[in-house]
Ligand binder design. Structure first.
Ligand code: FE2
Length: 372
């Protein structure tokens, strides 16, 4: 199969088991944790703060099936995280990758030109030890390599299990499907080469891999994947359009390059989106006319089109199957990070067929924000 051949072409100097966690720097981790529990169905998992002897930062770890997110806030004005927050607002700082050997991961990537964020560092507690190292990617975003085969604690040394009396149910999110980065003008290929040369990824030539534009929201995108296909990083750059590209809007408000959206997979998108909507998550809506023609484009699907239309779920098909997807509005006041909920039914691509309808929906929101 084409895809498997692609994966085999990837370098093997950086074997990755999967995503370890995603860490956000936020202004108020306690309140952010409440939002992700209530609205997104995450479960309380681990905690670090004053009660665990850490006077510098407070971090809440939330889990849902294979997804782990960490929400971190600084505890005093001198902490370096404050500069990150002042500049970018709330956003993704760390995309941590689970490896067998964090020292080798660091050596292999830095010797190929990666900028160091953190040399291999061992931490331990009564549950064993963990080794982590880190490198910078686009903007101030970093990849941390986590080696945890000798650790059986809740999360990482320094954290304790977080038991809460408030436990909203899961919404059925299972794993991170992909994470998309926005980079600046003419920088997409720089970062494509970074993932190729420094991390041994390959360009997954999906049929999304092309110039994408509507009247306004032009962008270009390429998808990078590691050798086992568990990590997929599409990279967007703005392109010339009539008015401001949505990628440019992101970079203006994030004040730099960074993670645009995190896509989380579910086995039942109708159930997941119904629950999230009821819990207050705001999704982007395309016009109803989308649903009048979609079945003639994608063919037969298992779902009831009326239900999809009611929730605003989009459908696309490639030669391996179809997929269902929906996007939230940005989850901060700045129009920066948002989420995608995705259910794959064979399709391995990213929804190119929906880009036009979707971007027109984004443009309507940009118009309201006065940022077109
Ligand atoms: Fe996506």
């Amino acid at each position: 199969m084409e895809l498997e051949k692609k994966y085999k072409d990837a370098g093997d100097f950086l074997p990755l088991n999967g995503t370890d966690y995603v860490e956000f720097y936020v202004g108020n981790a306690k309140q952010a944790a409440h939002y992700y529990k209530t609205a997104f169905g995450f479960q309380s998992h681990a905690y670090m703060g004053l009660e665990t002897g850490n006077k510098e930062v407070t971090s809440y770890v939330l889990a849902q099936d294979k997804i782990r997110i960490v929400l971190t806030s600084p505890m005093n004005s001198n902490h370096a995280i404050n500069q990150h927050l002042a500049k970018h607002g709330d956003g993704v700082k760390v995309v941590a990758l689970w490896v067998e050997d964090a020292t080798k991961s660091y050596e292999e990537t830095t010797k190929r030109g990666a900028k160091s964020f953190m040399p291999p560092t061992r931490t331990e507690d009564e549950h064993g030890y963990v080794i982590q190292s880190g490198i910078y990617t686009y903007g101030e975003t970093v990849h941390i390599f986590t080696e945890r085969s000798n650790y059986n604690g809740a999360f990482l040394p320094g954290y304790k299990p977080w038991k809460s009396d408030y436990n909203p149910t899961s919404v059925g999110l299972k794993y991170i499907d992909h994470m998309v980065g926005n980079v600046g003008w003419n920088e997409m290929n720089t970062w494509v080469e970074y993932y190729q040369n420094i991390m041994g990824f390959v360009n997954l030539l999906s049929f999304d891999d092309n110039d994408i534009s509507t009247e306004y929201s032009a962008l270009m995108s390429k998808v990078m994947t590691n050798g086992n296909g568990r990590i997929k990083f599409p990279i967007n750059e703005p392109a010339e359009g009539k008015k401001k590209s949505q990628i440019e809007e992101y970079i203006q408000f994030y004040e730099g390059q960074g993670i645009q959206h995190v896509a989380m997979a579910t086995d039942d998108i109708i159930e997941t989106v119904t629950t999230m909507t009821a819990r207050g998550v705001e999704f982007l809506k395309v016009p109803m006319s989308y649903y009048e023609t979609i079945l003639s484009k994608v063919g037969a699907i298992d779902e009831d089109i009326k239900q999809l239309a009611h929730l605003g779920i989009l459908v696309d098909r490639d030669d391996e199957g179809y997929m269902l997807q929906i996007f939230t509005r940005p989850v901060e006041d700045r129009p920066t990070l948002f989420y995608e909920i995705i259910q794959r039914k064979g399709a391995q691509s990213f929804g190119k067929g929906n880009f036009k309808a979707l971007f027109e929906a984004i443009e309507r929101e940009q118009e309201l924000r006065g940022t077109l």
